[in-house]
Design a protein around this ligand. Sequence first.
Ligand code: PHE
Length: 342
Amino acid sequence: MKEKLQQIKEKAIAAIEQTNGLEMLNDVRMSVLGKTGELTSVLKGMKDVAPEDRPKVGQMVNETREAIEKLLEEKKIKFEQEAMKRRYESEKIDVTMPSTKKEHGNLHPITQVRNQITDIFGSMGFEVYEGTEIETDYYNFTALNTPQDHPARDMQDTFYLSPEFLLRTQTSSGQIHVMENEKPPIKIISPGKVFRSDDDATHSPMFSQMEGLVVDKGITLCDLKGMLDEFVKEVFGQETTTRLRPSYFPFTEPSVEVDVSCFQCHGKGCKLCKGTGWIEVLGAGVVNNKVLEGCGIDTDVYSGFAFGIGIERIAMLKYGINNIKLLFESDLRVLKQLDDEK
Ligand code: PHE
């Protein structure tokens, strides 16, 4: 019996040695320890062993089985490790390899600037109102305290579609629609395209504005300045401040031009600010009582401020462009450089 077990063991060792993979190893396991395996049949033959020898023989069989199982286990671990290693090798990637560059589009710089401005005012609680590009003479001018024959009509060279309809020259027309339809408190911005017969390096017949309107109790020019200070800090940098200069718009009284401190030279004077340290960025003012009253708002209780930002102008300053046409020519070489979201 002892020899038989020794023989089985040696044969198993040799067979395990020969295996080349997990599958073959399993075949060996079955041929020795499986249901019809060699060692299993020895165990089955235990009933023929004399009872007094059984413990001893049993122990020998167990020892043989344990030895073979140990070898099988060791070999199994070895194969598994090798398989893992092969997998690591085959799945290895070189992270230093240059990637294939994917071309992707980007939002037009005007859209990006408009979105950015919208986000800034949105975070201050402004809602967005989008007006229409075709307007009536009434909303674009008359309701904004600019009746027929008012000299201020000459400030904006208008494209008329008919005596009544025109392409809006300013997003201010949206102010009237909002005030006619909503009761104060009102706090809106209104982005959109506007049109004027005007064409040179800094003007285009079509451009974009962002109107702002706040109507509430006790609104003053101070509120306007405070809010614009926050706005220009977000757009041009935290050290930027504003300065108000007297101006004229029929629908605001008083009216102001708003300058920002030059974000390039910080006030010392440079080409961008034409040596003044200040750059003009928008028009604004306290809403003229005539306009509020025309919309049925009680001026004993309410007051408001309004502002109009030229989006192309902000974009040109931000990106350092000196010709507005670059924004409309759709030259990809230009547009790709003007991508804030890169
Ligand atoms: N609508 C004016 C313009 O286009 C700008 C403006 C808006 C001024 C609101 C004051 C208040 O020139």
